[in-house]
Ligand binder design. Structure first.
Ligand code: ATP
Length: 409
């Protein structure tokens, strides 16, 4: 077997039968969930393709493990290897203390320009939910990944730069709206037309490809008119220019939605939170800025069982470059106790298989997870309060998933 790269050619991902795919084990519970995840994926691939296809995993390093080996939290090599092999799987990474990096996850997404964070959220039968009808939840959240307040452009109260920023605002731009000059910290929120448009474009294309009924643009444009409001306006402008024949606007629909077309909805984020709880079926694809996307993703996950089962991917849709990752953190409080739920990473692995076109293997994983949860078998974060459930540890859960995959026709 030779080194084989997945490539994107003529707009399509092309996957050799024995692709090399790098993985990052991750910190905290990373060691416990990543190894079983690779085994579940390998098992599904073997079952689906009878040995004619196999992933050649290679370990690359970031976080604690990288720091111990190289003195760097995110070695340049790690980024180069992902660029070369196009896709990667990643366990959760701890936030380094000191060293100038605020978040390794953010740094990795930024360096690879993985501009869309894609998080599918759906309910599994057997999982307890705070909703009356959790079966109505089936959303895919597209969160802009590269800008907004996540750029980390902040100035701390009392520092020399902060005084300069404040002086510039008040004396050169004649800003009068600062309530407490001399006593304030500042944060800057860049939102560009380019980043807004490519995120909205990716979300609408996805809706078309996956035959989804609606895309909701979520923003706080009534207050932040030139950032969140501009995101909304650029998004709607792009949809009108590039997708007019595929879409119709909710406000124009009246009582009769146009059949086969995608309904484009417009929501202020606070109203959206209410709507996603009360009318989850209305929202199928959600396109939003970085910070809104962070809040929305965690609420959406909580509606269907929590961060332990919510998968995620960070994707650059034009190049096909993508990192598939657990959406939760390193969970240091339960690390090393065989309690961690590996489902988030396993379902992210399923998304990876879909991304590289190995749908049959992806479906096996999906069916196995459905079966486990239907039988109320899972880790304590899901089933500690459920009567009649079979609570298992991380390793046993993964083992049972493999057994389920083995027994499918
Ligand atoms: P970090 O600092 O890396 O963000 P954290 O503990 O602050 O870590 P999370 O890791 O997201 O944030 O954890 C939030 C809570 O959810 C914790 O109580 C943790 O134990 C729990 N949790 C997170 N992931 C899992 C998982 N995969 N299985 C079970 N519980 C989890």
């Amino acid at each position: 077997m030779f080194e084989q790269c997945i490539i994107k050619h003529d707009g399509k991902i092309q996957t050799p039968d024995f692709p090399v795919i790098p993985y990052i084990e991750g910190d905290g519970i990373g060691a416990e969930i990543t190894r079983p995840t690779l085994e579940v994926i390998d098992h599904a691939v073997r079952k689906a393709y009878s040995g004619k296809r196999k992933i050649q995993w290679i370990e690359i390093f970031a976080g604690d493990k990288a720091y111990r080996q190289t003195g760097e939290w995110l070695p340049a090599d790690t980024v180069t290897v992902i660029e070369k092999y196009l896709v990667a799987l990643k366990g959760p990474l701890a936030t380094p203390v000191g060293g100038g990096i605020r978040s390794l996850n953010v740094a990795l997404r930024r360096q690879l320009d993985l501009y869309a964070c894609v998080r599918p959220v759906r309910w599994f039968q057997g999982i307890e939910s705070p909703l009356k009808k959790p079966e109505l939840v089936d959303m895919v959240i597209f969160r802009e990944n590269t800008e907004d307040l996540y750029c980390g452009i902040e100035f701390m109260r009392g520092e020399a730069e902060t005084a300069k920023v404040e002086h510039f605002l008040m004396k050169e731009l004649y800003v009068k709206a600062i309530p407490f000059p001399g006593d304030s910290s500042y944060g800057i929120k860049p939102v560009s037309k380019n980043a807004s448009e490519r995120l909205v474009r990716a979300s609408v294309r996805y809706a078309i490809e996956q035959r989804r009924p609606a895309v909701t643009l979520v923003h706080k444009g009534n207050i932040m008119k030139f950032t969140e409001g501009a995101f909304r306006n650029w998004g709607f402008g792009l949809i009108e220019k590039e997708f007019q024949k595929d879409c119709y606007l909710e406000k124009d629909a009246g009582q009769s939605p146009e059949s086969g077309k995608i309904c484009i909805r417009d929501r202020i984020v606070d109203a959206f939170f209410q709507d996603m709880l009360l009318n989850p079926a209305r929202h199928s694809i959600v396109a939003t800025l970085n910070l809104n996307g962070d809040y929305i993703s965690d609420l959406a996950a909580a509606m269907v069982g929590g961060v332990g089962i919510a998968p995620g991917a960070n994707i650059h849709f034009e190049t096909g470059r993508a990192v598939f990752e657990a959406t939760h953190g390193t969970a240091p409080d339960i690390a090393g106790q065989d309690k961690a739920n590996p489902t988030s990473l396993i379902l992210s692995g399923k998304m990876l298989l879909e991304h590289i076109g190995w749908q049959e293997a992806a479906t096996l994983i999906q069916r196995a997870v459905e079966k486990m949860f239907q039988e109320k078998t899972g880790t304590s974060d899901l089933f500690a309060q459920t009567t009649g459930a079979r609570m298992v540890g991380t390793a046993e859960f993964a083992e049972r998933l493999r057994a389920a995959i083995e027994h499918f026709d």
